[in-house]
Design a binder for this molecule. Structure first.
Ligand code: PA5
Length: 403
């Protein structure tokens, strides 16, 4: 993996680099709260990984549909990886996500899918009390009990939650559901390389060992440069970071990034607003704005060298496209966009990986987690809380109480 800052339109001072490097070391010092995630690429390897794989294979052996209930960091990481790697794998269950909304029509689809297929249910919530997943879980648990009877349903429900007392923990004790715990020092949006992301990813049939190996192999050199560049661009008046990619498979990776950035640095009146755009589709939606509209953003483009699948363009298309590979043309469009955007005045940062596979996705995850935490520290905000989200939760609860 490498990053190209040649179109970023910034010059990083030694003082800023030194500051960022100090923060990077602080993250790894073992003395900072909520940094349990920095060691996951190494700590998860070994026995714990074997246990997760065993549970995943056991789940895959007894269902065709694996419903994962969670929201925010308890959902987006797994979804991002599964989508990036092409979703359904032969012989493995379809992983369906729920509990990230309170839309009856969506839950209805999940319940309908459950009726037709052998199902296992997994709820993931560190606090165990987040409204959206708790409501979906309670409804789906009832459906599981109705479909299988309590004795069999109990063997098909998995709970991943924090150690503190909460409604999910009470259910683990009451029903004896299989469970894993989320360590206190790992927050939601930094948890994809923990049990939170690894179990669903392994159930879907992807190689979680390679995911961790990719993360562990990340070279630290670019992390600090990226964090410093982001801060300089923000200081230069860029209020929006647009994450772009030329693969629809990276759509949910963009959603994961949006949450990582939004909740980590958007506080105390600081931070960029994160947006994600999937090209070519969005070039035909907001490409015009990017090129010539209000220049309040910079772009971080994720590129890959080798495509997951490819096609030869048939002769009937004519010159200059006939006989070329589809992804070759996609790469030309990518290079054309970088050039056009850069010439149009948009600072463009390119993050490039060999290909979209477990190893490289692991690197990308860890790269963005570390650089985002350092960025927040450079901004002078706590990377690991989300007090604004708590406010909306309390308001909702109060309004429900008054119904
Ligand atoms: O990053 C975070 O900490 C949040 O986005 C949480 O993941 C999200 O609010 C869900 O919380 P919980 O896992 O407690 O249900």
């Amino acid at each position: 993996m490498y990053i190209d800052l040649s179109n970023a339109k910034t010059t990083i001072s030694q003082a800023l680099t030194d500051q960022a490097e100090t923060y990077r070391k602080q993250l790894f010092s073992g003395t900072m709260e909520n940094t349990g995630w920095v060691d996951l690429p190494w700590n998860m390897a070994g026995d714990i990984l074997d246990r997760i794989q065993q549970t995943a294979d056991e789940i895959a052996g007894k269902c065709r549909l694996f419903i994962v209930v969670g929201i925010g960091g308890s959902y987006l990481g797994a979804r991002a990886v599964i989508d990036a790697l092409n979703g359904d794998q032969p012989g493995r269950p379809h992983v369906m996500f729920a509990g990230y909304n309170m839309t009856g029509a969506h839950l209805d689809k999940v319940v309908e899918a459950m009726k037709e297929q052998a199902t296992c249910l997994c709820v993931i919530s560190k606090s165990g009390s987040t409204l959206e997943p708790l409501l979906a879980y309670s409804i789906l648990k009832e459906e599981m009990f109705a479909k299988y009877g309590e004795k069999e349903a109990k063997k098909r429900i998995y709970v991943i939650t924090g150690l503190q007392d909460n409604p999910l923990r009470q259910d683990i004790e009451k029903y004896g559901f299989s469970s894993y715990y989320i360590p206190e020092n790992i927050g939601g949006r930094f948890s994809v390389l923990s049990i939170v992301g690894l179990l669903p990813i392994a159930v879907a049939g992807f190689n979680i060992r390679q995911l961790l190996q990719g993360a562990a192999s990340l070279s630290m050199e670019h992390i600090v440069d990226y964090a410093c560049t982001r801060i300089l661009l923000q200081q230069g008046g860029k209020d929006i970071e647009v994450f772009t990619y030329f693969s629809t498979n990276l759509r949910f990776f963009g959603e994961w990034l949006k949450q990582l950035v939004g909740e980590t640095e958007g506080k105390d009146g600081k931070g960029v607003f994160p947006a994600c755009l999937c090209f070519s589709r969005d070039l035909h939606a907001v490409g015009q704005f990017l090129q010539q509209g209000h220049q309040i953003f910079y772009e971080t483009m994720i590129q890959y060298k080798r495509a997951q699948a490819d096609f030869v363009i048939p002769d009937c298309v004519g010159e200059p496209f006939a006989g070329k590979m589809l992804e070759q043309i996609n790469r030309c469009s990518e290079a054309g966009v970088v050039k056009a955007h850069s010439e149009g005045g948009i600072p463009v940062i390119v993050v490039n990986v060999e290909q979209v596979d477990e190893y490289n996705i692991g690197q990308l995850i860890y790269f963005f987690e570390l650089s985002e935490a350092i960025s927040a520290m450079l901004l002078g905000v706590n990377p690991f809380d989300q007090p604004g989200v708590e406010n909306y939760k309390m308001n909702t609860k109060r309004l429900v109480e008054s119904l």
